[in-house]
Design a protein around this ligand. Structure first.
Ligand SMILES: [Mn+2]
Length: 349
């Protein structure tokens, strides 16, 4: 945790403190796993603010932090640290909390600082990459499990429940996001979460799912087809796979994230389906499912060693269906390592 906190304060002006109210950064900087907590830090001071239900847990999980009872009140709490400005998470603090705190801060500026507070999380250390790859392995195993039981007549919801139960049995603490299981016409919805629809012959089924393992998220997508695919299904599937492989074959650290998006997008545009690839190529994954940097046409970021991102091209045609294929990659020593190992040839159920 110390190196994370050092990187945070190296990116901030001198005399700056931070106030953290969102679970992802509380966990990232302190290891504390309660949502009912706040962190207050300067370069040299570390406080966890929580209530008596969590004192023992905080002492065990965050031995370098001093535990402060929230009952002491905000005026007392903000006087604990010595700084001119306190940066807070404007995307995590409610307006009600903001107002309450503002009335209790004396002689210190309270200023938005989300992007600076999030920034160290862009570069994952070896341990984080190991945990993400272990989470992704649970996803791979869940996918091979589901292949054994998929059949026409199952509902999307039953498929999702099977995947989710399997991942939890493999020690996942939860899901990275609500499982997407979209079949037939519903597969044209990039985020079609599982419904009661029964899967029929001729349907594509897109499964996009992930779990949380030791605090880190996994994310993967595979699309399978029920019954022999027709010519258009094959064409669209092959094009999405070619787009993904084209990107995976070329990604290296130092590249522009927008150029990486373009590698895959050009393949789909050249194949005549450009207007149906409606989202970005990928996003970072870590303690949260959507982090920065991202592979998007508008990105101005450079890919660096330690980044972990998804590569997930897709084609979605309203009234027909859709295909997405998603792997997670980690950038290590300039090259990428694919953390996802499930097969990618079109699987016919
Ligand atoms: Mn994703």
């Amino acid at each position: 945790m110390q190196s994370r906190i050092d990187r945070l304060f190296n990116g901030l002006p001198d005399g700056c403190g931070v106030f953290i109210s969102g679970y992802p950064n509380i966990f990232y900087y302190s290891g504390f796993t309660s949502e009912d907590a706040f962190l207050l830090m300067t370069k040299t001071e570390r406080y966890i603010i929580t209530d008596s239900r969590y004192f023992i847990q905080a002492k065990i999980q965050s031995p370098d932090f001093e535990i402060i009872d929230i009952k002491k009140g905000w005026e007392y709490i903000f006087n604990l640290i010595d700084c001119d400005t306190i940066r807070f998470e404007e995307n995590k603090l409610t307006y009600g909390m903001y107002q309450r705190i503002l009335g209790n801060i004396k002689n210190k500026e309270f200023a938005a600082g989300q992007s600076d507070i999030d920034k160290p999380r862009r570069i994952k250390d070896k341990e984080e990459i190991k945990l993400i790859s272990e989470a992704e392995k649970i996803g791979d195993e869940a996918f091979s499990h589901i292949l054994k039981i998929l059949k026409t007549g199952m509902s999307e919801r039953d498929v999702a429940i099977e995947l989710e139960t399997y991942m939890k049995r493999q020690c996942a603490s939860g899901l990275s996001f609500e499982t997407i299981a979209a079949s037939g016409l519903r597969s044209a919805m990039p985020h079609g979460t599982a419904s009661g629809k029964l899967i029929g012959k001729g349907d594509f089924l897109t499964l996009d799912f992930g779990c949380v393992y030791k605090g880190y998220c996994s994310d993967m997508t595979r699309t399978v087809v029920f019954g022999t695919p027709d010519a258009k299904q094959k064409e669209v599937y092959d094009l999405v796979l070619k787009a993904q492989n084209t990107a995976l074959d070329s990604i290296k650290s130092g590249m522009n994230c927008a150029d990486i998006d373009k590698l895959a997008r050009d393949v789909i545009v050249d194949g005549g389906y450009g207007e149906y690839f409606t989202h970005s190529l990928g996003h970072s994954v870590g303690v949260e499912i959507h982090e920065n940097p991202v592979f998007s046409p508008k990105s101005t970021d450079i890919l660096e060693d330690g980044c972990v991102l998804s590569v997930e091209p897709g084609i979605y045609i309203d009234g027909w269906g859709g295909v997405r294929i998603e792997d997670l990659i980690a950038v290590c020593d300039g090259e990428i390592i694919n953390l996802t190992h499930s097969p990618k040839e079109l699987i016919v159920i």
